[in-house]
Design a protein around this ligand. Sequence first.
Ligand code: SF4
Ligand code: SF4
Length: 151
Amino acid sequence: MKRFLRTILLVDLFEGLWLTLRTQHPRNITTEQYPAVIPKVGERYRGLPRLNTNPETGETLCISCDLCALACPETLIVVGWVRNPETKRKDLVNFTYDTSRCMFCGLCEDACPVDALELTQDYQMASFTREGQIFDREVLEEGTKPTKFKW
Ligand code: SF4
Ligand code: SF4
């Protein structure tokens, strides 16, 4: 009889709803509130690649030596350059990095003789298309611009 009354009066349902309501206060939240709060990753985490520039002049540190592209087992880095007839040096024209194929092993970063290429601790690099995962020089120098969510 008791079981029957509990069933027709939906006691179990209301008990469940009450339990849910009791735990709605923000202090009870235990999950990480990404993307409102960006979790920190380990110091040695290898994520979003960055092409470093001189902070004073804004000029790229890359000397277009191609060593990163040669070191990459996935051959996903393409360094575009032209020979400057005056300085006889290589001038960087473009630099593409296909993050969709990257395994973030860090071999390219280690191969760079001037610390121009760096794998940072940033990991917000998702995109809706495969083409969007191929970063050009501009994205590599300025970083991605992930959508900011407001809460
Ligand atoms: S991290 Fe590894 S796979 Fe990714 S570009 Fe560098 S060398 Fe290639
Ligand atoms: S190894 Fe460094 S300097 Fe050489 S092309 Fe790559 S990023 Fe540029």
